[in-house]
Design a protein around this ligand. Structure first.
Ligand SMILES: Cc1cc2nc3c(=O)[nH]c(=O)nc-3n(C[C@H](O)[C@H](O)[C@H](O)COP(=O)(O)OP(=O)(O)OC[C@H]3O[C@@H](n4cnc5c(N)ncnc54)[C@H](O)[C@@H]3O)c2cc1C
Length: 392
């Protein structure tokens, strides 16, 4: 089904050629999920002139995008094609923040990282050498230089050399999602909240419509699966098997605290970053093992593991001694079977598209734009070939 609009859409980021190609025909695209990916895809589609309906089973950004460390980086990501996609995505965040007035979600303060034993130092050195080989920006800082950036760190915690990745930072996902959806809606998109997609109608090798729990049927010229950890379920509704190996991760949010933190910090026993309004967000790989799921599916986190991470944070920043734990959230990383993103069209079902990955906070704006382009007929095989569904 093809809608016609009387006015030619303008302002697409990279889709102006497609608007021309479609000769004023505007396709209806149903986007499943309104996390960072669904919001980015919807905005890109709507700005290119497509008729967009974005549907979320809950509130926008209430999935993984509401419980993420959201560090924008390509720090040690492999293979090369994946690294390049992340670097291009960091650039896309920078561009978006520069062109959108009131872009308050993007923070490019850099990332400090250090180790406190020989094995950790060797691993960090190898990572820095590897990213420098890729042409990525990284420097070694002295203790004094690191303290210039982060004056509230206890100097005794720092080794002589600290790695610094200046183009990295973090985003506030809920604010980004809010902005992108508002922009999509102002370009004509419809946002359906708190209603799940329950079926995907396929006939003669194409998706024809999406059915919602409300009973509503949405005719669709194309569907983009942005359902994050539930992407496998949506694929299944369309008759496709998407293997996922999702993992849970724990985020600790502190009360507001008067401390100077502007970088993302990766210390040996704690990772932290600012989280707005004076709060800090703390994480470690180890705390992810402290998630417990009860027989009735209730998720909790061992309190002693939370206290251990807080204590590691206090050791680095003594000024946060008075901070309390305001909340602990558990997010589920949407991880396709081989760890790499699944992006773009599906060969056997050409109007069904994926935008599913870990590192979605980094990738969403750029990858979402490429996926939106493909949903409207562009071919981004040059970039997306390593991330096609078919490889799985
Ligand atoms: C602990 C942790 C740390 C992380 N750290 C980083 C990091 O530092 N840097 C980084 O780049 N990435 C990081 N990530 C990954 C990143 O957060 C995710 O890749 C990203 O948020 C995924 O966004 P999404 O839009 O795909 O999924 P989501 O935000 O989960 O959105 C999917 C949406 O689909 C909806 N949905 C599901 N099923 C249906 C249905 N049937 N019908 C309608 N809607 C449906 C859900 O309600 C949800 O809102 C981290 C993740 C975790 C958990």
């Amino acid at each position: 089904m093809v809608w016609k609009r009387s006015t030619r859409a303008t302002g697409g980021r990279s889709g102006d050629g497609v608007i021309g190609m479609l000769e004023n025909r505007v396709e209806t695209v149903v986007v499943v999920g309104a996390g960072v990916y669904g919001a980015a895809v919807s905005d890109s589609l709507a700005r290119r002139g497509a008729r967009v309906v974005v549907v979320d089973a809950g509130a926008p950004a209430s999935g993984t995008s509401g419980a993420t460390f959201s560090w924008t980086n390509s720090c040690g990501k492999k293979p090369r094609a994946y690294h390049d996609l992340n670097v291009a995505s960091m650039e896309a965040h920078r561009r978006l923040a520069a062109v959108r007035p009131r872009a308050d979600w993007y923070h490019e303060g850099g990332n400090l990282e250090w180790a406190d034993d020989d094995a950790g130092s060797a691993k960090l050195r190898e990572k820095v050498d590897g990213v420098l080989d890729y042409g990525y920006q990284a420097h070694w800082l002295t203790r004094a230089e690191a303290l210039d950036l982060e004056p509230d760190i206890d100097p005794a915690q720092l080794p002589d050399e600290i790695a610094f990745f200046p183009r990295e930072g973090w985003i506030e996902p809920a604010r980004l999602v809010g902005h992108l959806l508002a922009s999509a809606v102002s370009s004509g998109a419809e946002l359906v909240r708190n209603v799940a997609v329950t079926d995907v109608e396929v006939a003669a090798g194409k998706v024809r419509a999406v059915r919602l729990a409300s009973g509503r049927r949405l005719p669709a010229d194309a569907v983009v699966n942005c359902a994050g950890p539930q992407a496998g379920r949506i694929a299944e509704l369309a008759g496709l098997e998407l293997p996922m190996r999702n993992t849970r991760g724990v985020l600790i949010y502190t009360s507001p605290v008067a401390v100077s933190v502007s970088c993302v910090v990766h210390a040996p026993r704690v990772h932290l970053r600012p989280d707005g309004a004076g709060r800090l967000l703390l994480h470690t790989a180890e705390i992810d093992d402290a998630v417990r799921v009860s027989a009735n599916g209730e998720i909790s986190v061992e309190p002693s593991a939370v206290e251990e991470v807080m204590e590691a944070g206090r050791a680095i920043y003594p000024a946060i001694r008075s901070a309390t734990v305001e909340s602990v959230r558990v997010g589920e990383r949407p991880i396709p079977g081989d760890g790499l993103p699944v992006l773009g069209r599906v060969a056997e079902l050409p109007n069904f598209h994926f935008a599913v990955s870990h590192s979605g906070a980094t990738l969403c704006v750029h990858a979402g734009d490429l996926v939106a382009g493909e949903a409207l007929g562009e071919d981004h095989t040059d970039t997306l070939a390593p991330f096609r569904f078919e490889r799985l």
